[in-house]
Design a protein around this ligand. Structure first.
Ligand SMILES: [Ca+2]
Ligand SMILES: [Ca+2]
Ligand SMILES: [Ca+2]
Length: 403
């Protein structure tokens, strides 16, 4: 499908559905639950491009999510990693061939091209590519790498155009690493928000990070809402979480060398004590989905082993069975913390078997579990699911036809 056709189809869908999300421009009303366009519209267009963010907004996202890394000259650009080789065509630029190198990031060796070796002017000669296998690649090479300023300008422009409140949900990526190379993110981020008139309470901005240290710094610099992300490495067959490094704990805890912090995993942040601590410097949590509703690998096809239950030759989410929701949402809410889990994706192999291949069922399950918003690669699907959720949870008078 061409981009034009894709956009036409989606705009038609959005035009049909848009009234439910309408709010006057400048109004402080925020939809609940919130739909956050994860890396823009990652299911359709290369991550972190203005086209991707615009598409997410047109599909119904309330917030768009730029991940932030720093360039050599201190600009903040939207990329998921400091290593830009997976998300740009830098490898096709012979003039940058000699910049390929190996760097240690959060204790792991990474070989590639690093944003901090490039000026913004040089970054602007690159184009974004699709990093995830199985996602559309026909738009590779079309879009530039945006700065945070450009993302903010886009959100403001679309808020006016669609008379909806569009926010941004920036993430400080690898804050300890950026600090170690002399390019700390926090003050840069706040300065840019200041210049945009958005470093104020009530502005449509939520800032997220995996590192508590980054959020604690930001808590001193800004009145904006802050969200503590909570990761893990994998889900064990029994549904418990696996904390294999480097997804064992926030990297600033590891780097601190403090025995108290080294004794913790990300899981600590979901305990009562951990949530109390988060509430002292942040306004919410952004947990990986299994912290709220996990799944187990069970022998559903009765062949005596738990593995490839649906017989498609691979063991993945589609072979797993849902467990009951945890009490994380209610314990977070009891402390006044909002809850925004990640990441919701449409592909069948990423959906637990109980959802029967329909991503709408997953959204509904999480909305029913009480989440305040979620990060989605497919804002259009999230938008439709939320309409269904609102419809089902409102005591309407109309009787379903035929009932
Ligand atoms: Ca992110
Ligand atoms: Ca089996
Ligand atoms: Ca399978």
């Amino acid at each position: 499908m061409t981009l034009r056709k894709l956009l036409a189809a989606l705009v038609l869908a959005a035009a049909t559905l848009a009234p439910a999300a309408t709010a006057s421009a400048g109004q402080s009303h925020e939809n609940h639950p919130l739909i956050i366009g994860h890396r823009g519209a990652a299911g359709y267009l290369p991550d972190h491009t203005l086209a991707g963010y615009a598409l997410a907004i047109r599909m119904g996202a309330d917030y768009i999510e730029p991940d932030l890394v720093a360039t050599k000259d201190g600009h903040l650009i939207a990329r998921h990693e400091p290593d830009i080789s997976g998300t740009t065509n830098v490898a096709d630029h012979p003039e940058f061939a000699d910049r390929k190198r190996t760097e240690t990031i959060d204790g792991a060796e990474v070989t590639g091209w690093f944003a901090s070796d490039f000026t913004l002017k040089e970054i602007k000669t690159l184009r974004a590519i699709q990093p995830l296998a199985g996602r559309p690649t026909q738009f590779n090479g079309r879009f530039k790498i945006p700065t945070l300023e450009e993302v903010i300008a886009l959100a403001k422009r679309y808020s006016k155009r669609y008379h909806r409140r569009i926010g941004i949900y920036p993430e400080t990526k690898h804050p300890t690493y950026h600090r170690s190379i002399g390019l700390p993110l926090e003050k840069r981020l706040v300065r840019i928000l200041d210049n945009a008139g958005w470093n104020r309470k009530g502005a449509p901005v939520i800032i997220q990070s995996f590192e508590p240290g980054s959020l604690k710094r930001l808590n001193k610099l800004t009145p904006l809402r802050l969200v503590q992300l909570i990761d893990a490495n994998d889900v064990n067959p029994d549904g418990s979480l696996d904390y294999t490094a480097p997804y064992d704990r926030p990297y600033d805890w590891t780097a601190s060398g403090k025995p108290k912090l080294l004794a913790r995993t990300f899981g600590y942040l979901t305990t009562d004590a951990g949530l109390d601590e988060v509430a002292s410097y942040a306004d919410g949590i952004g947990p990986w989905k299994p912290y709220i509703i996990s799944s187990a690998l069970v022998d559903t096809n009765g062949d005596g082993t738990a593995g490839d239950e649906n017989g498609d030759g691979a063991v993945n989410e589609a072979d797993r069975t849902l467990l009951e929701p945890t009490d994380l949402v209610s314990r977070a809410h009891a402390r006044g913390l909002i809850v925004h889990p990640y990441t919701f994706r449409n592909e069948g192999f990423r959906l637990v078997s109980d959802y029967e291949g329909n991503p709408i069922n997953e959204y509904l399950r999480f909305f029913e579990a009480g989440v305040d918003g979620l990060f989605s690669d497919f804002a259009d699907t999230a938008f439709v699911a939320r309409d269904l959720f609102w419809l089902e949870s409102s005591p309407g008078e109309e009787v379903e036809p035929g009932s």
